[in-house]
Design a protein around this ligand. Sequence first.
Ligand code: MN
Length: 317
Amino acid sequence: MLERVLQEIRGRRRFVVTSHARPDGDGIGSALACGQILRVMGKEAEVVMHDGVPRIYQNLPFADRVVQADVVPENDAVILLECDSVQRTQLAGLENCFLINIDHHASGRNFANINWIDSAVMATAELVFRLARLACVPVDRDIATCLYTALMTDTGSFMFVGTNEHTFTVARELVLAGADPALCARHIYFGHSTAKMRLLGAALSNLHREGPLAWIWVTQEQMTRLGAREEDCEGLVNYALSIDDVQVAIFFRELPDQRFRVSLRSKGEVNVSTVAESFGGGGHKCASGCSIDGPLAMAVSRIVERLRAESESLKAD
Ligand SMILES: [Mn+2]
């Protein structure tokens, strides 16, 4: 399938590269690297994101060239990274484009003209790395920095289940190509806003526990009062998951329409993607999300009830 992707790229000239809305490190890093690889191949390439580049990724090479838009610009083909549908990009106008889908999620779907889905890798960045090599594009320090940051964030700094010797082989190659692990980590893990830390404090003051479950939330009022942005909510759920005997952590974020965005994280014993899917969301076994109607107490009780059932059946096994 990689050969087919390269063949389709070679036959075209103008590309748009994009990822999902509210992009994470793999979405941003892979898209920035992919855009540059295409330019080195002599193509025109624009990286277009519905939500722009979150603060902690703004130091990445090529991040200042990202176009924030609601509609896809004119192109010969669009490369979608990390998306299970065109809707995930929140870009309008993709229906009539030639679409190339590159993804590593088990929940990935063949929605595009060309679909390269490999759930054996830890990050889409690894697939982009393979693309560069097959295209004989030298992976320089800038491309390596984008890809390394993507791999580092999608593996939870090489801590998540699935990280193995192969992951470190890829990381080693990226470091040999010029990625600086300490510098990449500094921008991501030591690059937060003050508002985000205050929001974390507010979220943790709402920490609730029940058996293997922990949940926290933030309201619109708190976000406004603390001057926090939507992207400041990224990763807060991991603080609840970091408690010793917690198997599943849940983060509820109140949306402007009084619905709630729910992030679910598991240490591996409970499959949270089935829970998210039952509320119309999706994701991986250990990280998934969905949206649910408020008020807060109702949203919490519906999600917690469902997870209680999941963790009960686990004990019965
Ligand atoms: Mn990914």
